[in-house]
Design a protein around this ligand. Structure first.
Ligand SMILES: N[C@@H](CCC(=O)N[C@@H](CS)C(=O)NCC(=O)O)C(=O)O
Length: 230
């Protein structure tokens, strides 16, 4: 990437996945970018071709002028550093404060996301379908309660993760909440997160990100590769 020039950006995505978070971030920035659908239900993320992009076989991956960057924490941090005017994270000159923002991203990636997987994709942990829904999912729901309690309490002080200031952490929470409530997580005890979700749905960038996702859902449905949340 030549400094000062607009990089060419391509994001590898799949519907309902955490690739929604950088999609929202890119839409908030307003920079031109392409998305490439990865057919995860057909195992495309494990093909030699895709493993060259992300050897971990996961979405998202961002190609920056053809060079891959993986992991939401890194992708979102790079987008924030490259497009500072978009305020994906609150501006700060304090290195400790900047690391606290990294800690917040890592919290969603390393603590919250694995619990989402237990709730939304329990079959990843145990082959027996009945047991996965009877044991893995309820354990995930139980472990998620204090996490959502903490987030709901935090949102009592302001509509967004950082109070009055929207940030990409709100995009992360948006994806988490859609994913778990989409498979029956009871959100009644978390009114601040529900309000947060409704406010996110009003944001034009979120609507554009969801419209991009809907196009990919239609493609997968037409190909017979779409697995709806269940
Ligand atoms: N730590 C990674 C997690 C990526 C991840 O788990 N992606 C999931 C979708 S949410 C995926 O690609 N799953 C496909 C698979 O595991 O085969 C990140 O934050 O980018």
């Amino acid at each position: 990437m030549i400094w000062g020039e607009m990089p060419e950006l391509k994001l590898f995505v799949a519907p309902n996945t955490c690739a929604r978070v950088p999609t929202i971030a890119l839409e908030e920035i307003g920079v031109p970018f392409d998305t490439e659908l990865v057919r995860t239900a057909a195992g495309q993320q494990k093909t030699p071709e895709y493993l060259k992009v992300n050897p971990k076989g996961k979405v998202p991956a961002l190609l920056i002028d053809g060079e891959p960057l993986t992991e939401n924490v890194a992708i979102l941090s790079w987008l924030n550093a490259t497009f500072p005017d978009a305020n994906l994270l609150p501006k700060t000159d304090d290195p400790l404060e900047a690391l606290r923002q990294t800690a917040d991203l890592a919290f969603f990636s390393a603590t919250v996301h694995p619990l989402v997987t237990r709730i939304a994709m329990p079959l990843k942990f145990i082959e027996d379908k009945a047991l996965s829904f009877e044991i893995v999912r309820p354990e995930g729901v139980k472990a998620m309660q204090p996490v959502m309690r903490m987030i709901d309490d935090r949102l009592a002080d302001g509509p967004w993760w950082y109070g009055d200031t929207w940030s990409v952490l709100d995009g992360y929470l948006y994806w988490v909440w859609s994913r778990i409530t989409g498979v029956g997580f009871d959100g009644d005890a978390f009114p601040n997160i529900q309000r947060h979700h409704a406010m996110m749905n009003e944001r034009p960038a979120v609507q554009r990100a969801m419209a991009r996702e809907a196009v990919n859902v239609d493609i997968l449905k037409a190909e017979g590769h779409y697995v709806p949340p269940r």
